[in-house]
Design a protein around this ligand. Structure first.
Ligand SMILES: Cc1cc2nc3c(=O)[nH]c(=O)nc-3n(C[C@H](O)[C@H](O)[C@H](O)COP(=O)(O)OP(=O)(O)OC[C@H]3O[C@@H](n4cnc5c(N)ncnc54)[C@H](O)[C@@H]3O)c2cc1C
Length: 386
């Protein structure tokens, strides 16, 4: 890691440098999905080093969100597989922080073992019919005695094949009323819950993805998150958290891409001079540095606002802008690196091989960027609907 990067990390979270060192040994490259058992073992190794452990609310210098972001950045900088970094960031920012903020203390304590890495969470919203429009969901929870009965299926869910508990969104009333949906937190070993198809991915291929099927699953009343009908509000919170900081997972891979590209352009002889002596090459490298800088500043600014106690839902517009900006910068950086690598970008055995799919996937998960743009414009006052 360069001195500049180390200094920058120190200013955000003093312990990050040690975290990077601690993780370096665990950073063996993983280029394809090596199986669920391998994923779980690597997940636990990260948890044993504290990546999933949240600092107490209100902790200062750095605050809990900044600290978690620095750890995720640290493992990425150390070279930990980006897929694992993504999955860890998804659980920490999209599930652990919102659950800790929303649940009564005793209810959070009952699931806080997720921080030890011995149990895993997943966030089950998308269905086969689509993900962008929550009101298209067909999974339904019907009141029964003092609980609910859940029927339906959630598809394309990160970590579903290995998760122990799920946040599940279901319809508790018909139509498109803002109160038609509810959210539940449930263990996945309940009768009537089973895992369906699993999906191999071209993006983030090491992270398991699958389907959850609910067939008359009886949920106790305390599985409900918030009130009946508050599913959209829960979703607004989990997605605002996620959009604010999940792409922190990409900072390490982006930095490594920049370093690798600089080394290549500085060292290669081309047209009778160093390749990096070309102004066009230098401009591409500068644009990569700019994209990384912009992304880093925005992500840590969002972390600081969350640490200052701003409710995630109040940050919806900024969270969407951050998610759009960082994901598109990640894609742009990868395009520059790919262009400068020439044919080597397309040869998996080469150091300069490019992964275009994983950055592109960030345009889709946590809310497709096209739809986030619509939401931002609506918040600005345009009469635009999805
Ligand atoms: C790596 C990865 C991990 C994921 N993990 C999870 C997970 O853990 N849990 C989960 O629930 N889901 C997960 N998903 C699914 C993800 O949330 C959905 O893919 C996403 O919500 C979009 O839904 P869709 O794929 O059905 O796309 P669609 O809803 O079909 O949209 C596709 C595209 O159509 C266009 N479009 C559609 N409608 C409009 C409109 N009204 N205005 C403008 N443009 C429009 C946009 O360009 C949009 O990107 C994951 C996806 C990926 C790629």
């Amino acid at each position: 890691m360069s001195a500049t990067t180390t200094a920058a990390l120190r200013s955000c979270a003093p312990e990050t440098e040690e975290i990077v060192d601690a993780y370096r040994d665990l950073a063996a490259p993983v280029t394809e999905r090596a199986g669920d058992a391998d994923f779980t073992a690597r997940w636990r190794a990260m948890a044993d080093l504290g990546v999933l452990r949240l600092a107490p609310p209100g902790a200062t210098a750095p605050g809990p969100v900044t600290r978690a972001l620095a750890m995720i950045e640290g493992i990425g900088l150390a070279g930990v597989d980006p897929g694992l970094c993504y999955a860890l960031a998804s659980q920490v920012f999209g599930m652990q922080f919102p659950l800790r903020a929303a649940l009564p203390a005793a209810a959070w304590d009952a699931v806080a073992d997720v921080q030890d890495g011995r149990t895993l969470l997943c966030h089950a919203l998308t269905e086969r019919g689509g993900g962008s429009d929550p009101f298209s969901m067909e999974t339904r929870a019907v009141r029964d005695a003092d609980g609910f009965v859940l029927d339906g299926a959630k598809t394309f869910i990160t970590a579903a094949p290995v998760a122990d508990r799920a946040i599940v969104f279901a319809r508790t009333a018909p139509g498109r009323s803002p109160f038609a949906l509810s959210a539940f937190l449930l263990p996945l070993d309940l009768p009537g819950v089973r895992r369906g198809e699993t999906f191999a991915k071209t993006a983030l291929p090491t992270v398991p993805m699958g389907e959850l099927i609910f067939e008359g699953a009886r949920l106790p009343a305390d599985a409900l998150l918030g009130e009946e009908g508050s599913g959209l509000a829960v979703m607004a919170s989990t997605t605002a958290w996620e959009r604010s900081v999940i792409l922190g997972y990409a900072l390490g891979p982006m930095h490594r891409l920049l370093t690798r590209t600089v080394e290549w352009a500085a060292g290669r002889d081309h047209f009778g001079r160093r390749m990096g002596a070309s102004h066009q090459v230098a401009a591409r490298v500068s644009d990569m540095a700019l994209a990384l800088h912009r992304s880093r500043v925005q992500l840590y600014a969002m972390a600081a606002r969350l640490d200052a106690g701003t409710p995630a839902r109040q940050l919806a517009a900024e969270a969407a802008l951050t998610k759009i900006s960082v994901s598109e910068d990640y894609v742009r950086m990868t395009e520059h690196a790919t262009a400068l690598s020439g044919v080597r970008a397309f040869l998996p055995g080469f150091d300069l091989a490019a992964d275009l799919s994983s950055p592109m996937a960030a345009l889709t998960y946590a809310g497709p960027n096209d739809l986030l743009r619509v939401a931002v414009a609506r918040q600005l006052g345009l009469p635009v609907e999805n």
